[in-house]
Design a protein around this ligand. Structure first.
Ligand SMILES: Nc1ncnc2c1ncn2[C@@H]1O[C@H](COP(=O)(O)OP(=O)(O)OP(=O)(O)O)[C@@H](O)[C@H]1O
Length: 265
């Protein structure tokens, strides 16, 4: 029997606050193949970030476990790079230096200084940021900072790229540009990606599968939708494509009919 590249097995997470235990997430089972782009969507508070943090190794799950490429995940590691909604670049370093720091950390022993230099520039080029390598974060727009954050994550050659609402803080046009860049890179590198999003169009456009979460407490996977649209995908062509519109409607129905937030219903 072949195992998926990444698997979440019976993952559950309880939080105990002031002596009271809260079951945030229960019984999450998910297998992800290499090269797959998976989005997690669900209402606020359903445990999306909790799940991502468990895969990242930043949080230990209360029950179950995560296995990546045959190894159990117990702590953070460069094989699982994370991109957060708000860039986490070091403000006193340039775009180049922010990426180079990660490259030195991961490849300090295995690549020469000139190889690490070339690799840093290569990754900045992938996200179309080679024109601003010497700029510090406060000299870059929000979208540019996210690009550098993505370059930094990719430069570690992670087995899985984890993205927690990576475009959430960006305006619609910048968001669209960045989504296109991520699609282009994913096609080129065959990256395995888990992305959290609140944006239904973003989920359908980018994903091979969309994991839809029920509301908490005891949130779990409600449904998994396979998005069988050919790649490369172009947003303009898809906007009136019947299959695209159908997928979009399925996610909307899940979120706003079957699992509407009680206060929003
Ligand atoms: N460290 C913690 N201590 C106590 N409760 C927590 C902790 N982290 C998360 N929770 C709770 O667990 C639940 C899931 O939180 P989580 O941040 O994973 O949700 P989310 O789906 O990512 O939300 P959002 O979409 O708003 O970011 C929430 O009810 C939250 O209050």
């Amino acid at each position: 029997m072949t195992h998926p590249y990444l698997s979440l097995e019976n993952v559950g997470m309880d939080f105990t606050v002031a002596g009271r235990t809260f079951h945030a997430v229960t019984d999450v089972n998910l297998g992800i193949d290499r090269g797959q782009f998976v989005s997690i969507i669900g209402h606020s508070g359903c445990g999306k970030s909790t799940l991502l943090n468990i895969v990242a190794g930043l949080t230990r799950c209360t029950t179950g476990g995560v296995i990546l490429d045959g190894q159990e995940v117990n702590s953070p590691g460069p094989d699982r790079a994370v991109v957060f909604q708000n860039h986490s670049l070091l403000p006193w370093l340039t775009a180049y230096q922010n990426v180079r720091l990660a490259v030195d950390k991961v490849f300090g022993a295995s690549k020469s200084a000139s190889e690490r230099h070339d690799w840093t520039l290569h990754n900045l080029r992938l996200v179309h940021m080679d024109h601003a390598v010497d700029k510090r974060p406060d000299e870059l727009s929000g979208g540019m900072k996210q690009r550098v954050g993505i370059a930094r994550a990719l430069s570690m050659e992670p087995k899985v790229l984890l993205m927690d609402e990576p475009f959430g803080a960006l305006d619609a046009l910048t968001r669209a540009h960045l989504q296109d860049t991520v699609m282009e890179i994913q096609a080129r590198l065959n990256s395995t990606v888990i992305m959290i999003t609140h944006d239904v169009d973003e989920a359908v456009l980018l994903s091979d599968r969309i994991v839809m979460m029920t509301n908490g407490p005891s949130a779990t996977i409600g449904e998994v939708l396979t998005v069988d649209l050919p790649r490369p995908r172009r947003r303009l062509d898809l906007s009136d494509d019947a299959r695209y519109v159908g997928y979009r409607a399925s996610v909307l129905r899940f979120l706003y009919e079957r699992h509407a937030k009680p206060e929003a219903a």
